[in-house]
Design a binder for this molecule. Structure first.
Ligand code: NAP
Length: 331
């Protein structure tokens, strides 16, 4: 495995980090809890020491699964990356969405990052994770109703109390990062980035490179689309976000699969899967520190961890990028 420090925070993480959103089931058509624990432990055995989670993933379930999975692992060799600022249990802040929990009940989710709420969320996360500190604490989404400095002051207090090692943000723009940094030192920004979602290249990437901030690229396999296994018109459960996701429309899936066919021979010569090639390309992009990859079971997790063993020369990275640049974007 390869490891990298998040900014200058002193927190070192594995460049392939286990993403446990799907492990919590919510918006992914449910979960098989034992499989998820097995996936995290199998990843750790291959050097994937970092795990990303959030309270909203399964409304606490994903954090509990992570807590269960790391119970038998040495705490100082695991990095827990969790989040705050998405509340389903209190109707305050900036309304985000109406959705269903794993039991099929309606819930309203709010983006809310007022200081008292953060302090409470942190205690709840520590309890569910079964630990007394969080390695990276990230605001999940910007909250329009709370001034950014107020949010960051609360995180700074948690750092001073030893409950949090480093502060990160997620889905923040460059301006929002700058505002947060009037209060504290940010280690990272967790943002969407995949071969078919490259918007951050124009602003977040240059800013992070210039200011030594880590980029945690989320959904690098675009929710499984870039593994090549998705067929046009594939059926997903109603509670799976891919059922209505714009990047899963049949015409775009067809175009993506045609692109993947062009890079498949390269994967084959390297004895790699398409997903592994995709992850390696992602990690080769300027500024991308970590690929945050989700997996439902140990088999997927092992395959994803082994992506680090795939070597790509600069010419091979360019070949893939050139093919990719010919892919017409989704409408
Ligand atoms: N901060 C944010 O707002 C935010 C948003 C999204 C994600 N994230 C983070 O980023 C992590 C990763 O993103 P993601 O889970 O959305 O997307 P992803 O990593 O692009 O895709 C994960 C999904 O792809 C499929 N998959 C994974 N490995 C596979 C393999 N080897 N072979 C075949 N299929 C495979 C699995 O779903 P199936 O088996 O069902 O196909 C898996 O759940 C999340 O878990 C979360 O920690 C953060």
């Amino acid at each position: 495995m390869e490891y990298i420090e998040l900014g200058n925070s002193g927190v070192r993480v594995s460049r392939i980090t286990f993403g446990s959103w799907a492990a919590g089931g919510w918006m992914w058509g449910g979960t098989e809890q034992n499989d998820a624990v097995g996936a995290i432990r199998a990843s750790f055995d291959l050097g994937v020491t970092s795990i990303d989670t959030a309270p909203i993933y399964g409304q606490g379930l994903s954090e509990e699964i992570v807590g269960e999975a790391i119970k038998t692992l040495p705490r100082d060799q695991v990095q827990i990356l969790t989040k705050f600022g998405m509340r389903w249990d209190e109707a305050k802040g900036d309304f985000a969405m109406k959705t269903k929990n794993n039991e099929g009940q309606d819930i309203d989710v709010y983006k809310y990052a007022a200081p008292a709420s953060i302090i409470k969320e942190c205690e709840d996360s520590l309890r569910r994770l079964g630990t007394d500190y969080i390695d990276l604490y990230q605001i999940h989404w910007p909250d329009k109703t709370t001034p950014i400095p107020e949010t960051m002051e609360a995180v700074q207090r948690l750092i001073e109390q030893g409950k949090v090692r480093a502060a990160g943000v997620s889905n923040y723009s460059v301006d929002q990062m700058k505002e947060a940094e009037t209060v504290l030192n940010l280690a990272s920004n967790q943002v969407p980035y995949s071969m078919v979602r490259r918007d951050i290249e124009k602003d977040v990437v240059p800013y992070c490179l210039e200011n030594n901030k880590a980029i945690l690229a989320y959904s690098p396999m675009q929710l499984g689309l870039l593994t090549g296994k998705i067929k046009p018109g594939q059926h997903f459960e109603e509670s799976d976000l891919r059922a209505t996701h714009p990047l899963f429309k049949p015409e775009f899936v067809t175009r993506v699969n045609a692109f993947l066919d062009k890079i498949r021979p390269m994967a084959e010569t390297k004895n790699a899967t398409l997903g592994q090639l995709v992850l390696r390309w992602t990690l080769a992009q300027p500024g991308v520190s970590v690929a945050l990859v989700g997996a439902r079971n140990a088999e997927q997790a092992v395959q994803n961890a082994h992506a680090i063993d795939v070597q790509l020369s600069p010419q091979e990275v360019d070949f893939i990028t050139n093919e990719l640049n010919q892919l017409q974007p989704a409408k």
